[in-house]
Write a protein that binds this ligand. Structure first.
Ligand code: PRX
Length: 640
């Protein structure tokens, strides 16, 4: 069903037909879905010109994505397990939820949302740990046509408030707390702090998870279990237009506050299911596990929508890879006989550092496919994953994509595309990548490197930045006319295979989390002693990129540098969250600036990397002498 590619020549055939006739190609795939009214036209698009980008797929088609998860597959899938939920604490009992049970719970919670006053088109903020209710809440929103805006439960109160306010969410769904390894995260307390700045929020629905005693605000807060008590599960899905918004998901850019990336219903649905089935080669009866958090796009597309649309059985894990010990992932793979396993290079590196014994303790024979996502994977980690975890017999799908792309763009198809360490290999059918030079000229041929762009729309792509269409154009479509700018550089080797080199802007991937350096600087600058700061990424063995902050304080007023560092870390923790805490902080007597006042980040980046051998031209600096001073005080050994 739905053009599942079974060998490499089929891939080549599908790829070429998807380029020759994109509309026909996607029409045929979309036909496998349940549409209340079929679309009238497949595609309208413009990457350039007034009001662009403008991208519409399956125009005037009417549907509901949850009808495609539940009603469409009901007869075959009713009694099949949809979610195997593995709690943080291995002593706690796992939960298995069938498609029928999930359907009932989604409809019931959809009714509960309606009862709370949520209407089609409203935005609902969701700030939950990795519990089944997170999937139930997101699908319930989709069921009634509300837009979900899921905020990763590791974000701070300020980040949560910013996202609630930006999306004007009237409802927040949260929990008393969440478990992560040995820690208990006080989610309700953080949410209360956030809500004190968010008068727009009328109701907060609170799930009991940790049983922590939490204050409930009269008239605003309501327990999840109380809310659903008197609510039935008869619910007819809202009819959505193909281009109605399905969700907003915030992500970082190189400037300013995080952007609410907006995805719509029809195209996203078609793309999430197609890419899931083809990349992972999921077959009936397989157990699929993606270790991401649903607070990120990977969780949206490849824990929830893609697999559930495909009727897969998924494992959903509440905890972390290293608790209670470094064998946890492998213990879970053994316990559920996981067939497809999808994780981030940062997890692979951290587990590799703990030693192969942890892997070898468990029987991983069930594994058929290994996946990675979120950042470049170096050859060592790739080889370890392939040889030790996959026992030399499982293909690795190194999947390159982004929050903005909605689904996987460049990746091997498991067992079909030849694989090569650290290569994302080939574009999926329908995807037309281009490498361009800094002037925007396409670089043709192979054995080349350039800025990775995409020339033609695909159904899963974002449509806009919520509330700021101009920013969407400026960020992604203005640098090179008519091209979607990904922000990554890539190499195309002699075989035409792509290897992602990394970001070309001020965005860094820290432990697979995407963070804008400007966001961290803005927060560091809130410290009363800090006048200015510059944050760069540097290579980090486990995290991929570490965070290096250079701070300039005109006067330290006898403050001990260690104390200042501690305070800066605390501020970042409070305003963004632990993921953005700098690893290294260097107080400098001046930042290297050009005469026009621009910080020369390239120099700071090189120093942070421990390499000052080729700093390029520094003669345009206002004070070139500062470079040596910064090198001397660097928190790394710098080669000169
Ligand atoms: O730099 C690329 C990196 O992650 C960025 C997108 O981050 P985000 O929107 O948070 O989505 C992550 C999950 C899809 C990209 O611009 N990235 C993602 N996948 C890969 C990657 N870098 C190298 N190889 C990958 N497979």
């Amino acid at each position: 069903m739905g053009k599942i590619i079974k060998n490499f020549s089929e891939y080549q055939q599908q790829y070429s037909s998807s380029i020759k006739n994109p509309e026909g190609f996607w029409d045929e795939i979309a036909e496998n879905h349940f549409w209340r009214t079929k679309w009238e036209k497949t595609l309208e698009w413009r990457f350039d010109g007034e009001g662009s980008p403008e991208v519409k797929w399956f125009i005037n088609g009417k549907l509901n994505i949850t009808e495609n998860i539940f009603e469409r597959n009901y007869h075959e899938k009713k009694n099949q397990v949809a979610i195997i939920w593995e709690p943080n604490n291995p002593e706690e009992e796992a939960i298995r939820i069938t498609y029928h049970e999930l359907f009932e719970k989604v409809k019931q919670f959809a009714n509960a949302l309606l009862k709370t006053g949520v209407k089609k088109g409203d935005t609902v903020a969701i700030y939950l740990p990795m519990v089944p209710e997170l999937v139930i809440a997101m699908l319930a929103c989709a069921r009634i046509g509300a837009i979900h805006s899921i905020i990763f439960a590791g974000f701070s109160a300020t980040s949560l408030a910013d996202r609630i306010l930006d999306a004007s969410s009237k409802i927040l769904i949260t929990a008393d707390g969440g478990f992560r390894g040995s820690k208990e995260i006080p989610l309700k307390k953080i949410a209360d702090d956030a809500l004190s700045d968010c008068p727009v929020v009328e109701k907060a629905i609170v799930l009991k998870r940790t049983d922590e005693d939490v204050p409930m605000k009269e008239g605003r807060d309501i327990w999840w279990h109380d809310l659903i008590k008197s609510v039935g599960s008869d619910n007819e899905a809202a009819e959505m237009d193909s281009e109605d918004t399905l969700f907003i998901l915030y992500t970082s850019g190189s400037t300013g506050k995080p952007k609410g990336i907006l995805h719509t219903t029809g195209g996203y649905m078609v793309y999430a299911e197609y890419t899931f089935k083809n990349v992972f080669q999921y077959s009936e009866g397989d157990i699929y596990w993606c270790t991401a958090d649903i607070g990120w796009i990977t969780g949206h597309s490849y824990i929830a929508y893609g697999p559930l649309l495909a009727g897969a059985t998924i494992v959903m894990f509440e905890g972390i890879p290293t608790w209670p010990d470094a064998g946890r992932f492998w213990q879970i793979v053994e316990k559920y006989k996981v067939n497809q396993f999808y994780t981030a290079p940062t997890a692979i590196r951290s587990l590799m550092a703990k030693g192969s014994e942890w892997v070898k303790k468990y029987n991983l024979d069930s594994l058929k496919v290994l996946g990675t996502v979120g950042e470049p994977i170096d050859e060592d980690a790739w080889n370890w994953y392939h040889d030790i975890v996959g026992n030399n017999r499982c293909p690795i799908v190194d999947t390159w994509w982004q929050t903005e792309t909605g689904g996987i763009m460049i990746s091997p198809l498991a067992g079909i595309t030849p694989i090569k360490p650290s290569y994302a290999t080939l574009p999926l059918p329908g995807i037309q990548p281009a490498l361009v030079d800094p002037e925007g000229n396409e670089i043709m041929g192979n054995n080349v490197e350039g800025i990775l762009c995409v020339k033609f729309p695909w159904p899963g792509m974002m449509r806009t930045i919520y509330g700021d269409h101009k920013r969407c154009f400026d960020t992604y479509f203005s640098l090179f006319k008519g091209l979607y700018l990904t922000g990554d550089a890539a190499k195309r080797d002699a075989d035409g295979f792509y290897r992602i080199i990394g970001r070309i802007d001020d965005v860094i991937n820290v432990s697979g989390h995407r963070i804008g350096t400007a966001e961290i600087e803005d927060v560091i600058n809130l410290h009363p002693l800090v006048n200015e700061s510059a944050v760069v990424g540097y290579p980090h063995d486990i995290k991929g990129s570490g965070i290096y902050a250079y701070v300039f304080c005109a006067n330290l007023f006898d403050k001990e540098p260690e104390l200042l560092e501690k305070e800066i870390k605390a501020i970042v923790n409070v305003f963004i969250g632990p993921i953005a805490k700098p690893d290294k902080i260097q107080v400098v007597s001046e930042l290297p600036k050009t005469r026009s006042g621009k910080i020369m980040r390239r120099i700071l980046r090189k120093i942070g990397e421990g390499d000052a051998t080729n700093l390029g031209d520094i003669s345009t600096l206002l004070n070139p002498a500062i470079v040596d001073e910064i090198i001397k005080g660097a928190k790394v050994v710098v080669r000169k």
